[in-house]
Ligand binder design. Structure first.
Ligand code: NAD
Length: 282
């Protein structure tokens, strides 16, 4: 049976450290840009507000109207970049389908880009010199560290290849000398998902399809980190069939209570780091 890799203790440690670091600075402001109405975004916004309040940080939610133009969003980002009182900028997805997402993230000042999605910040990961890691990536790395898991020489499988998770994480795990495989919709369509999961010493999955990964596929004693979140019958469910995987794995993260809870803590860890960089203390 697996150890349950919950994040609550790591979250408490981060909170205590940030409360301490926070004392070094005066006002801190995080601006959160919301373009489209979305149920998941609402959940993230509430969690972020709660964290900001607990750390004495101003959380400014800027909601655009549905007919906002791409150029006016760019202008707003430019204004926030220039505003010395703004320390961090985040942009909630989804974005209108005809917007150039990369151009938007590219325009966030690299030192205020606490989601690490400016191409400059993503590129630095390739060079082992990240300024900010995307909070979900940071969250996965912290969970691996909390389990004291040595990646060197291990078979790591990442299911899901998005810019916020699978792509940057694959580079980081390879830098830590794991042998990394990446699976995605193409792997699934080719009927090879089971094959790759069966060979994984450590499995990280970020798809958003409930119980896509069958428990019986999990390699005995593997570590399982489930990033996926789906809502079924008003309950949050991960990508992995939990009970069956729990019986085989050495470590497994719960959903909820695993990656998601830690991600918001990592966002604020990045924000405090951003303030330190902006004030020349890092
Ligand atoms: P995305 O849509 O950008 O990427 C999904 C990936 O899954 C793609 O690479 C796609 O090829 C792959 N995929 C789709 N169907 C597949 C299948 N049947 N088999 C194998 N691969 C398949 O999504 P995203 O933004 O990376 O989010 C993925 C999941 O992670 C979602 O459930 C999201 O809610 C969750 N998420 C959680 C956190 C957190 O903090 N826990 C943060 C971000 C995202």
């Amino acid at each position: 049976m697996a150890h349950l890799l919950e994040s609550k203790n790591i979250v408490t440690q981060i909170k205590n450290r940030l409360l301490d670091v926070r004392k070094q600075f005066d006002n801190i402001t995080l601006v959160s840009l919301k373009i489209a109405a979305d149920e998941a975004t609402e959940v993230y916004v509430q969690a972020q507000k709660k964290w900001a309040d607990s750390l004495g940080i101003e959380y400014r939610l800027k909601e655009f109207s549905p007919d906002t133009s791409f150029n006016s969003a760019l202008q707003e980002i430019e204004r926030l970049n220039q505003d010395r009182n703004v320390n961090g900028i985040i942009i909630h997805k989804p974005l209108p389908s005809d917007w150039d997402e990369v151009a938007l993230f590219e325009n966030i000042d690299v030192q205020k880009d606490i989601e690490g999605l400016n191409p400059h910040n993503l590129g630095r990961i390739f060079l082992k010199k990240p300024l900010f890691l995307p909070p979900t990536v940071l969250s996965v790395i912290r969970l691996i560290k909390a389990a004291d898991y040595d990646l060197r020489g291990k078979n790591a499988l990442i299911v899901g290849f998005s810019a916020i998770l699978g792509k940057p994480l694959s580079i980081i795990l390879a830098d830590k000398l794991a042998t990394v495989s990446i699976a995605h919709i193409g792997t699934y369509e080719a009927g090879k998902l089971c094959f790759y999961v069966q060979g994984a010493d450590i499995l990280i999955t970020a798809v958003g399809k409930p119980h896509l990964i069958k428990g019986e596929w999990i390699k005995p004693k593997a570590m399982v980190i489930d990033v996926g979140i789906s809502k079924v019958d008003n309950k949050l469910i991960g990508d992995v069939e939990f009970e069956q995987a729990y019986a085989r794995a050495s470590f497994i993260t719960p959903v909820p209570g695993g990656v998601g809870t830690l991600t918001v803590a990592c966002l604020f860890d990045n924000l405090l780091r951003a303030v330190g960089i902006q004030e020349g203390k890092i």
